[in-house]
Design a protein around this ligand. Structure first.
Ligand code: SF4
Length: 405
C-alpha cells in the first residue's frame, strides 16, 4: 500500500467522496478480470462526466476490441469550462481515485501508457502529482509487470496544456498531445480506433475515471441506486456565485435547482447558469428542473446570479469568451460567435430591431447544428437562453407590443 500522507478527507458524498483506500479498486479489478469489469461498468450506466455524457463502458469496449499493439488512456484534466473546479479537488485531494481509475482502464483495454493532460493553469499541482506517481512506482503499482501473474505493464506521465479552452475537446486534446496546435479533428475516425499517434485511445474526464474504482468495489447495481434511470450515480458540482456556501458538492443526479440553492444558502436568486458558459441560463420559474442528462445537463458548473446582476453583462462576458476561444477552423463558430457578440453590443447601445435579434437566434441554432465541435455547437446556448428567459430585463419597454421575440 502506498506510503504517502494523504490529506485528511473532510468531504462526504454518496460515491466519490465516500471512503476509499488507495489500491482497493485495482485489487478488485484484478479479481474481476476484464470482461467482468466491463460488465460492471455497463450495468452502472456510468456516462462521461466532462459534459458529453458518452457511456463509459462503450468507449472502453470499443478500445478494448481495437486491434493494435499500442493503446493509450488519456485522463482529460483540462477543466477549462468557466465555473468548473471539481477536477481540481479530485486531483488535489483524491489522486488515488484518479490514478487507480487510469490503471484499471489501462488493464481493461490493454494499454501500457496513461497520460494525464493537466490544464496549464494547474501547473502548481504538477510536482505533487509527479511525486504521487513516483510513490506508486516505488510500491510497484506502476511500471513493469506490476501485478504478479497478470502480464500487465502500465505507467502514467503528465503533460501540461497551454491554456486553450478547445483542448478540452478530446480530439483537440490529442492534437495538442502530439505537439500540434489544439484543433478538433474530423470524426470519424474516432479516438477509440485512431487516437493518440494513430493508436486506439480512451479519453476520459477526471471524474469519470475516479468513479470507476468505487463502481468495481460496490458494484454497478449499487451505483444505479443513486441518481435517476437515465442519469445514474452522483455528480460533482462546482457551485459559485451569489450564495453563502460556494464549493464542490457531490449530489445524486436528479437533484433540483431549488434543492441545490437551499443547500448553498443562495438568497434572492434571479438566474442559474447550468453547465458553464456553454450551458443554459435558467430563470426562477425553472428552478424546479432537475440536474441530469434528461433535463438540465452539466459537466458540473453551476453559477448563481442574484437580483443585483445584469444579465446582458453576463451574456457579453460569455460571448467575449467564445470569440476568444474559438479555434477558427470552421465558419459557423468563427464568424457566428463574433456576430452574436455584435448583437449583444447592439442591444447595449439600444441599436437593434427585433427581426435582427430573431435572425441572430436563428444563426445560433445554425451554429448548434453546423459547427464542427462542441465549442461552436454549445456557445449559442447562453445567447439563446438568456435572451429568451430574461426578455423583460434585457429589452424592457422596447419589447411592449412585440409578440415574437
Ligand atoms: S466549432 Fe469552433 S472550436 Fe470547434 S472546430 Fe469549429 S471553429 Fe474550432
Amino acid at each position: 500500500m502506498i506510503k504517502t500522507e494523504t490529506l485528511s478527507k473532510k468531504r462526504s458524498g454518496p460515491v466519490l467522496f465516500s471512503e476509499y483506500k488507495q489500491g482497493e479498486g485495482v485489487k478488485k479489478a484484478l479479481e474481476l478480470g476484464r470482461e467482468n469489469i466491463l460488465f460492471e461498468l455497463k450495468s452502472s450506466g456510468l456516462k462521461g462526466r466532462g459534459g458529453a455524457g458518452f457511456p463509459t463502458a462503450t468507449k472502453w469496449m470499443l478500445t478494448a476490441a481495437s486491434n493494435s499493439d499500442k493503446k493509450f488512456i488519456v485522463c482529460n484534466a483540462d477543466e477549462g469550462e468557466p465555473g468548473t473546479f471539481k477536477d481540481r479537488v479530485l486531483l488535489l485531494e483524491y489522486p488515488e481515485l484518479v490514478f487507480d481509475g487510469m490503471i484499471i482502464a489501462g488493464y481493461t483495454i490493454g494499454a501500457k501508457n496513461g497520460i494525464l493532460y493537466l490544464r496549464g493553469e494547474y501547473e502548481y499541482m504538477l510536482k505533487s502529482l509527479e511525486d504521487y506517481l513516483e510513490l506508486l512506482r516505488m510500491d510497484n503499482l506502476l511500471g513493469e509487470n506490476i501485478f504478479a501473474g497478470k502480464d500487465f505493464t502500465f505507467d502514467i506521465t503528465i503533460r501540461l496544456g497551454s491554456g486553450a479552452y478547445v483542448c478540452g475537446e478530446e480530439t483537440a486534446l490529442i492534437e495538442s498531445l502530439e505537439g500540434y496546435r489544439g484543433e478538433p479533428r474530423n470524426r470519424p475516425p474516432y479516438p477509440v480506433n485512431t487516437g493518440f499517434l494513430g493508436h486506439p485511445t480512451v479519453v476520459n474526464n477526471v471524474e469519470t475515471l475516479a468513479s470507476v474504482p468505487h463502481i468495481l468495489i460496490k458494484g454497478g447495481d449499487w451505483f444505479r441506486t443513486h441518481g435517476t434511470d437515465k442519469s445514474t450515480g452522483s455528480k460533482l458540482f462546482s457551485i459559485s456565485g451569489d450564495c453563502k456556501k460556494p464549493g464542490v458538492y457531490e449530489l445524486p443526479w436528479g437533484t433540483s435547482i431549488n434543492e441545490l440553492l437551499n443547500l448553498v444558502e443562495a438568497k434572492n436568486t434571479k438566474a442559474v447558469q447550468v453547465g458553464g458558459a456553454s450551458g443554459i441560463c435558467l430563470p426562477k420559474s425553472q428552478f424546479n428542473r432537475v440536474l441530469g442528462y434528461e433535463d438540465a445537463a452539466t459537466g458540473g458548473s453551476i453559477m448563481i446570479f442574484n437580483e443585483s446582476r445584469n444579465m446582458l453583462k453576463i451574456l457579453k462576458n460569455f460571448m467575449e469568451f467564445f470569440v476568444e476561444e474559438s479555434c477558427g477552423q470552421c465558419t459557423p463558430c468563427r464568424i457566428g460567435n463574433i456576430k452574436l457578440l455584435e448583437g449583444v453590443e447592439k442591444i447595449e447601445k439600444d441599436d437593434f430591431t427585433f427581426s435582427y435579434i430573431n435572425n441572430l437566434k436563428e444563426l445560433g441554432r445554425t451554429m448548434q447544428a453546423a459547427s464542427k465541435c462542441g465549442l461552436g455547437q454549445s456557445s449559442p446556448n447562453s445567447f439563446i437562453s438568456i435572451l429568451d428567459n430574461f426578455k423583460d430585463e434585457i429589452f424592457g419597454a422596447k419589447r411592449k407590443g412585440e409578440k415574437n421575440v
